[in-house]
Design a protein around this ligand. Structure first.
Ligand SMILES: C[S@@+](CC[C@H](N)C(=O)[O-])C[C@H]1O[C@@H](n2cnc3c(N)ncnc32)[C@H](O)[C@@H]1O
Length: 250
C-alpha cells in the first residue's frame, strides 16, 4: 500500500487538532500503564524513558511527564505538535514532528514504546517497520504498550476499502486482528505481559471538530509486551505462542 493512499489522513489530523476537538485529559490507557504497568517494570531502569508515538496533542505525554517519566512525543501532524508544545505545562516532554516511517535511530534511548490509537492509523508495512525498529532500539526488558481498534469494532467495514481490514471513512483506519498482532509481537521476541480485548476500555463522549456530539464505545485491543533480546529474531511456531489470559470487558 502506498503512502499516498493514507495521505488524506494527515489533513484530517491537522484539522482535528486545529479545531481543538481533542481532549487534554490523559487516556484511561495512560493511567493504566502509569499505575499498573510501568511501576512493575521500573525496576532495573534508572528512570523510565517513554516514546509516545503518534502523541497527538500530547495528552498522555504530559501525564507521563507529570508522573516523573522522561518522555518524547512524536507525531507527523505539525498542528498536533505545535498544540502539544503550546499546551505543555513545562513538565518536560520533548515534542518532535516526525513521520514514524522516518524513524531510523533511537531519538532518546527509550525503555517504553507507547502507541495509543496509533497502529490502527498506519499501514501494516509501517507497523512491521516500527516493530522491527523497536526490537533494535529497546533494551532487554523494554516494553511496547499498544491500544488500538480491533476487527470487532463497529466501525469496521465503514467507508472505502483499502485492502484487508483497512478503510477510509473520513480518515484511514486499519482494524487490528487480535491474532495478527499477537503473532507480530511474539515472532519478534516480545513476551505478552497484559492482553485485553473488548469495549468499555475507552468510551468516547464529547464534541467533535464539526461540533457534533459523539458517544462511542469502541472495541479495542490493549497489549503490553516486554522484549526478551535472547529470542528476538527467532520465529516462534504458532503452536508455541501461548495465548495469555484475555480480559474481556462488556
Ligand atoms: C487517533 S490519533 C491518537 C493520538 C493520541 N495518541 C491519543 O491517544 O489521543 C493518531 C495520531 O497518530 C498520528 N500519526 C498517524 N500516522 C502517523 C505517522 N506515520 N507518523 C507519526 N504520527 C502519525 C496522527 O497525526 C494522530 O495525531
Amino acid at each position: 500500500m502506498s503512502r499516498a493512499s493514507i495521505a488524506p489522513s494527515l489533513g484530517h489530523w491537522d484539522a482535528f487538532y486545529k479545531s481543538g476537538a481533542g481532549t487534554l485529559e490523559p487516556s484511561s490507557f495512560a493511567k493504566f500503564c502509569a499505575t499498573a504497568v510501568f511501576p512493575k517494570f521500573h525496576v532495573g531502569f534508572e528512570n523510565l524513558k517513554i516514546l509516545d508515538l503518534g502523541c497527538g496533542n500530547g495528552r498522555d505525554s504530559e501525564f507521563f511527564a507529570e508522573m516523573g517519566y522522561e518522555v518524547m512525543g512524536i507525531d507527523r501532524s505539525a498542528v498536533a505538535i505545535d498544540g502539544a508544545r503550546r499546551n505543555s505545562s513545562g513538565t518536560g516532554p520533548e515534542y518532535t514532528r516526525l513521520d514514524a516511517e522516518d524513524l531510523i535511530t533511537s531519538p532518546l534511548g527509550f525503555d517504553v514504546l507507547y502507541m495509543r490509537w496509533f497502529i490502527h492509523s498506519i499501514t501494516p508495512m509501517t507497523q512491521d517497520k516500527i516493530l522491527d525498529w523497536a526490537v533494535e532500539c529497546l533494551p532487554d526488558g523494554g516494553l511496547i504498550a499498544i491500544e488500538a481498534r480491533s476487527t470487532s469494532d463497529r466501525r469496521m467495514g465503514q467507508g472505502q476499502s483499502l485492502g484487508e481490514n483497512a478503510f477510509v471513512d473520513g480518515h484511514y483506519r486499519r482494524f487490528i486482528r487480535p491474532h495478527d498482532l499477537m503473532y507480530a509481537i511474539s515472532d519478534r521476541g516480545f513476551h505478552l505481559e497484559h492482553w485485553a480485548e473488548g469495549c468499555k476500555l475507552a468510551p468516547l463522549y464529547g464534541t467533535g471538530m464539526d461540533r457534533d456530539k459523539f458517544d462511542e464505545d469502541p472495541s479495542l485491543i490493549r497489549c503490553v509486551a516486554s522484549l526478551t533480546k535472547r529470542t528476538a529474531g527467532q520465529l516462534a511456531k504458532p503452536d508455541q505462542v501461548k495465548r495469555p489470559p484475555i480480559v474481556r470487558k462488556r
